[in-house]
Design a protein around this ligand. Structure first.
Ligand SMILES: Cc1cc2nc3c(=O)[nH]c(=O)nc-3n(C[C@H](O)[C@H](O)[C@H](O)COP(=O)(O)OP(=O)(O)OC[C@H]3O[C@@H](n4cnc5c(N)ncnc54)[C@H](O)[C@@H]3O)c2cc1C
Length: 416
């Protein structure tokens, strides 16, 4: 892997940037791999990278039906934080945040992590109680968290409207200063480049159309490029997890929903933090290009169409204007949707399935981008050791039969 540095940029500038090498190979699939990862999003690519880096497993392929990052990885609004309520969630998301903090150096690729602070607004007494409780729970788990009153919110984000005449006045907010945003497609590209350098085969335009079993054991996958054998198969396909698992006769407790987001025309820098509100249902940050990046909640119906309903956009813009009247004349530029995989307890599934050799990493719903490095790290451990790491052991599929659910619906009304 050629090392990226200021000197590489300067050297390539001399040749008008025409001689940059390809970042990863495009190999034809081999007959068999030790591990096949289905899904070339951030989570799948991170899994492949950590399999090679942490466990020395390099006879690995990532199969992607489209192009790298064409799924939710490059459709999300890039919020990164770790201030989840329950001990199990705080531990795994905090591990992820710690990996984020060293990721650009680790994979030698700038993922543009910007720890600009994430505010979760409170608009009612119950929001305040929930927020203060979460701050206390976070601190007990070693996660940085602060409670701000309305004036503190205004000081941190001067353009926010804290008038008590608003329909839902701002009463305070939780603040995680280490939270922020990162550049989503860089995450996919950076992990792909680093995994490829370790010998992982990344195969795009290769859709998995079937999962072949011999008795209770998985032996490989049928694809649009033919059958590929595998000792172990890891499904990391976000919104398509349940259709893939069904190919191996595994039924997942997952619903797939459209989730959309939008950006405004680029404007001068006006907001240097992330603001989320579960009650009025919108969240806003500003990209490095100057666009306001906004999202809200999922569409209530199940769908695999990557588009959402107009009323969700209308509602989120109404909510945005209530919080930021200054944006009233900003024009919206673009909206898009992705398919998110939601579990009944709003927590992911990372572990084994009833089929020997078949593993699943899914159910991240509306909030898996922030988990990308941590999820890949834990899933790689699980695949390599054929047993979960203590960090992901609570997120097993069995919890839906044992009843040991990890209900994170309350972690933030808009759970990104
Ligand atoms: C609009 C929107 C906003 C979001 N905002 C945030 C946010 O601010 N913060 C946050 O933490 N999270 C957010 N999320 C959630 C986050 O994007 C996802 O949880 C996370 O990206 C999912 O993991 P992934 O990156 O691996 O998924 P994906 O990138 O979707 O990867 C899965 C891949 O599997 C491939 N695939 C599917 N079926 C097959 C098949 N049969 N064969 C081969 N390949 C297949 C797909 O093509 C896809 O590339 C948001 C999501 C959306 C849609």
């Amino acid at each position: 892997m050629s090392k990226y540095s200021i000197f590489t940029i300067a050297r390539n500038a001399l040749s008008h940037h025409k001689n940059w090498p390809r970042q990863w190979r495009s190999p034809e699939p081999q007959k068999e791999y030790d591990v096949i990862i289905v899904g070339g999003g951030g989570h799948g690519l991170a899994t492949a990278y950590y399999l090679a880096k942490e466990h020395g497993l390099t006879n690995v392929a990532v199969l992607e039906k489209g192009w790298l990052g064409g799924g939710n990885t490059a459709r999300n609004t890039t919020i990164v934080r770790s201030n989840y309520l329950w001990d199990e969630s705080a531990a795994i998301y905090e591990k992820s945040l710690q990996l984020w903090e060293g990721l650009s150096q680790d994979i030698n690729y700038n993922v543009m992590l910007s720890q600009r602070g994430v505010l979760n607004l409170a608009h009612s007494l119950s929001d305040v109680r929930e927020g203060v409780r979460r701050v206390n729970a976070n601190r007990l788990n070693g996660v940085d968290a602060e409670w701000l009153d309305a004036e503190g919110v205004k000081e941190f984000c001067p353009i926010i409207n804290i008038s008590n005449k608003a329909r839902h006045p701002v009463l305070g907010a939780t603040l995680q200063r280490r939270g922020g945003v990162a550049r989503h497609d860089s995450v996919a590209w950076g992990f792909a480049r680093a995994a490829d350098a370790c010998g992982v085969d990344i195969i795009q335009n290769c859709e998995v159309t079937g999962i072949r079993r011999e008795g209770s054991k998985v032996v490989g996958v049928e694809t649009t490029k033919g059958f590929i054998g595998a000792k172990k198969v890891g499904l990391v396909a976000a919104g398509h997890s349940s259709t893939l698992a069904a190919m191996a006769d595994v039924r997942l407790p997952i619903d797939s929903h459209p989730l959309q987001a939008l950006v405004s025309e680029p404007i001068k820098p006006v907001i240097d933090c992330v603001v989320m509100s579960g009650a009025v249902h919108v969240y806003v940050s500003q990209s490095d290009k100057g666009e306001l990046v906004m999202g809200a909640g999922i569409d209530a119906f199940n769908s695999y169409g990557q588009r959402g309903s107009f009323q969700v956009i209308e509602h989120q813009l109404g909510a945005c204007l209530e919080l930021f009247p200054i944006f009233s004349r900003v024009r919206m530029m673009r909206s898009w949707g992705g398919i998110v995989d939601t579990c009944p307890d709003a927590s992911p599934i990372i572990g084994k399935t009833p089929v020997e050799g078949l593993y699943i990493n899914a159910g991240w719903g509306t909030g898996g981008f922030k988990a990308t490095p941590g999820s890949g790290w834990c899933f790689a451990h699980t695949l390599a050791n054929e047993n979960p790491h203590p960090l992901n052991a609570p997120f097993s599929l069995e919890r839906f039969t044992t009843g040991a659910l990890i209900d994170e619906h309350g972690a933030a009304g808009v759970a990104h």
